[in-house]
Design a protein around this ligand. Structure first.
Ligand code: PLP
Length: 409
């Protein structure tokens, strides 16, 4: 006898997880497009959507090796790729940067989840920046942990405060997440600040989880300080990949480097081995591009320098925000985003979701509401800096029109 049809169950904690970069607004945008509306979609940092292509030497590296990409690789990834990554980190001063400590994944996304799965027990806490790239919160929750937010306040240039971070440490805290340069704020953190955060991690025996996927996307002389060399013997996982610096996000190529003294890592290393083995290996064709990417010519700096596409778009956004009486922007030092605040009369009773919907319906521009990045305020929004400068001037004209109407209400 068959039982009456019932809807499938789903994991309860999913109700706590949000990923609005590709959420309800993006779905609504697709509906509008299906009805023939033309939208400017600035919700995803996806270089390929804005005319960028992966550098040719990376495309060639994959094409040349395509015939060899049929087998599974070692669970951590191809040795030649891991060696190239390890050498690059060793040149930056990361301790113990050996191929054996490098894990390749299907994008940094997979490795964020894998590392938290290896670390967390139910109820463990992870110190996550606010604003954050929301996968860090989502993966913490889905691995039975609890994100505890340390504030990176706009009035402090979105810099974290190491003293505040330390006050949030509890007996359940297991790790500190750093996203540097930061998505969504664009902040990049100076060495002295990072040293203080590393000291907090040392004092409380916390794993450092350092997302450096934007490490070479820097503007106006901003410098980048990798964390692994500062952490030294202290356990640290550094994440990066081909998605942003090399504009190849569809290839799904990411990596992480485990650093720190072996005796401090305990069973964590074995946990990473097991979880890597369970997903067999990362996408193999993509792995063949890694050596060429890491050892090949620099193709990103020119885009970030005056006259370069990203630089000029960023400049257009900074100028548009400066000229607007409704917007305030902390100029991004790095990464691919701007995170302006709405200020003045237009900000009265402001709700970032309502605004984003209005902007899309009335002016055809899709942005991400700021509260999607786990901040306790609702008057920011995020745009990607990937379109051309002219498009961005048009976009900010439209944004200003919506805000001017709101200011008059
Ligand atoms: N980390 C940060 C800070 C990101 O902004 C992104 C993507 O936007 C990712 C990780 C995911 O990158 P991947 O394409 O390597 O999965």
């Amino acid at each position: 006898m068959s039982s009456p049809a019932k809807p499938l169950p789903t994991r309860e904690r999913l109700s706590e997880v949000r990923y609005e970069i590709r959420g309800e607004l993006a779905r609504r945008a697709r509906e509008l497009e299906a009805q023939g509306r033309r939208l400017i979609k600035l919700n995803i940092g996806n270089p390929g959507n804005f005319g960028f292509r992966a550098p040719e030497h990376l495309q060639r590296a994959i094409a040349d090796d395509m015939g060899r990409t049929d087998p599974y690789t070692h669970q951590q990834g191809l040795p030649v790729a891991r060696e190239a990554i390890a050498e690059a980190y060793a040149r930056r001063g990361a301790p113990d940067a050996h191929a054996d400590r490098v894990f390749l994944g299907n994008g940094v996304s997979e490795l964020i989840d894998l590392s938290l799965r290896a670390l967390l027990n139910p109820g463990d806490e992870v110190l996550v920046p606010s604003p954050d790239y929301p996968l860090w919160s989502a993966a913490t929750i889905l691995n039975d942990g609890r994100p505890v937010y340390y504030r990176c306040r706009p009035e402090n240039g979105f810099q974290p405060d190491p003293v505040e971070i330390e006050t949030l440490v509890s007996s359940r805290t297991r790790a500190i997440v750093l996203i540097n340069p930061n998505n969504p704020s664009g902040a990049s953190y100076p060495r002295e600040l990072l040293e203080k955060i590393v000291a907090v991690a040392r004092r409380h025996n916390l794993l450092l989880l350092v997302d450096e996927i934007y490490d070479q996307i820097l503007y106006d002389g901003a410098s980048f300080q990798p964390v692994a060399p500062l952490a030294g013997e202290h356990p640290c996982l550094t994440f990066s990949g081909l998605s942003k610096v090399h504009r190849a996000c569809g290839w799904r190529v990411g990596w992480m480097l485990l650093s720190g003294a072996a005796e401090r890592l305990g069973e964590f290393r074995a946990a990473l081995d097991l979880l890597s083995a369970l997903r067999l290996c990362a996408n193999v064709p993509g792995q063949y591009a890694i050596e060429a990417a890491v050892n090949g010519p620099d193709t990103i700096s020119a885009l970030c320098a005056p006259g370069g596409r990203l630089y000029e778009t960023r400049r257009a956004v900074i100028e548009a925000c400066a000229a607007s009486e409704h917007l305030q922007l902390v100029a991004p030092a790095g990464a691919l985003y701007a995170f302006p605040a709405v200020v003045g009369p237009a900000a009265q009773g402001f709700d970032d979701h309502e605004f984003a919907l209005e902007l899309m319906n009335e002016e055809g521009v899709l942005v991400v509401p700021g509260s999607s990045f786990n901040v306790p305020y609702r008057h920011h929004f995020r745009v990607t800096l990937l379109p051309e400068a002219g498009t961005m001037r048009e976009v900010f004209g439209r944004i200003d029109r919506v805000l001017a109407r709101r200011a008059e209400r």
